[in-house]
Design a protein around this ligand. Structure first.
Ligand SMILES: [Fe+2]
Length: 281
């Protein structure tokens, strides 16, 4: 099955919306094409975050990115969470909703981490079925993101990119390709990150995440508290070559710098993407 014709629009170059930047964003006119918001931060009715988001969505396209769907868990889907997510989406009208291909807990315990899964046919069937349920509840396709991993399962039957490709095809969902996560996982597991990128179906990728990581010498950790590294920028360029122009976002979650620093990184992304954008016109 090829990708559906109603692929979400290309949005350009965005940032993750973070509370320390609310003032600079609303008082200024930063050169940002769109914002990604962490869904869970805005699911509590009322309060300052939602008021800020209401003002931002009047001026910029917004996409919603969640961390709690736990799509690959064997625990039942959290229907209260999905109802809250749907309610927020009705209010925010995001261009799309994403979460991670991972599990975050089981037996009522939330481990607050994005945990890896074995890439087996059994796991694939399980996730495909759950994505179908979630998409029925939300009434729209979702996008799933590849997470950084630090362990691999001996009984995996396929590569992560093969799992993602089959998932997108069978569940009829989109993919959010985190270029930094590809780089971190490839380093930790010793494979070619370009093979990962080349292995995903370009017509299913609707968003890129680009971020920094921490180098522990023997392994890399996806900390999102550093500037994007040269290696990740090179891989981003490769991803553009494979996918063409894809809405790109700088993802910083810790040690959040002044807005201007992230705008500078966004300028790097714009520069690297210019050839792909020119070729697509
Ligand atoms: Fe990410």
């Amino acid at each position: 099955m090829s990708a559906p014709a109603d692929k979400p629009p290309y949005l350009g170059f965005g940032l993750g919306l973070r509370a320390p930047h609310y003032g600079d964003i609303l008082d200024g006119d930063p050169f940002v094409d769109w914002f990604e918001v962490i869904s869970e931060n805005y699911m509590v009715p009322g309060g300052r975050p939602l008021a800020m988001l209401e003002r931002i969505r009047e001026r910029w396209p917004v996409v919603m990115h969640g961390v709690s769907m736990s799509i690959a868990s064997t625990a039942p889907l959290d229907r209260d969470y999905l109802a809250d997510l749907k309610r927020l989406a009705e209010r925010v009208e995001p261009r799309w909703i994403s979460d991670h291909l991972c599990w975050t807990g089981v037996h009522g315990i939330n481990l607050h981490d994005l945990l890896p899964i074995p890439y087996t046919e059994e796991a694939l069937e399980h996730v495909v079925q759950r994505v179908g349920e979630v998409q029925d509840i939300l009434g729209r396709r979702i996008a799933l993101e590849n997470v950084s991993t630090y362990v691999a399962f001996a009984h995996s039957e396929m590569a992560e990119w093969e799992f993602l490709s089959e998932l997108a095809r069978r569940a009829d969902c989109w993919l959010l390709l985190d270029v930094n996560n590809v780089y971190v996982s490839s380093f930790n597991h010793g494979y070619d990150p370009k093979a990962f990128i080349d292995g995903v179906p370009a017509d299913r990728v609707i968003q890129f995440h680009v971020a920094g990581h921490s180098d522990m010498e023997t392994h890399l950790i996806d900390t999102h508290d550093h500037a994007v590294t040269d290696e990740v920028w090179q891989l981003y360029r490769h991803a553009l070559g494979h996918c063409g122009p894809v809405s790109t976002m700088i993802e910083r979650d810790d040690d959040i710098p002044p807005l201007g620093e992230l705008l500078g990184e966004l300028d790097v992304a714009r520069r690297l993407a210019a050839p792909a954008l020119a070729a697509a016109q």
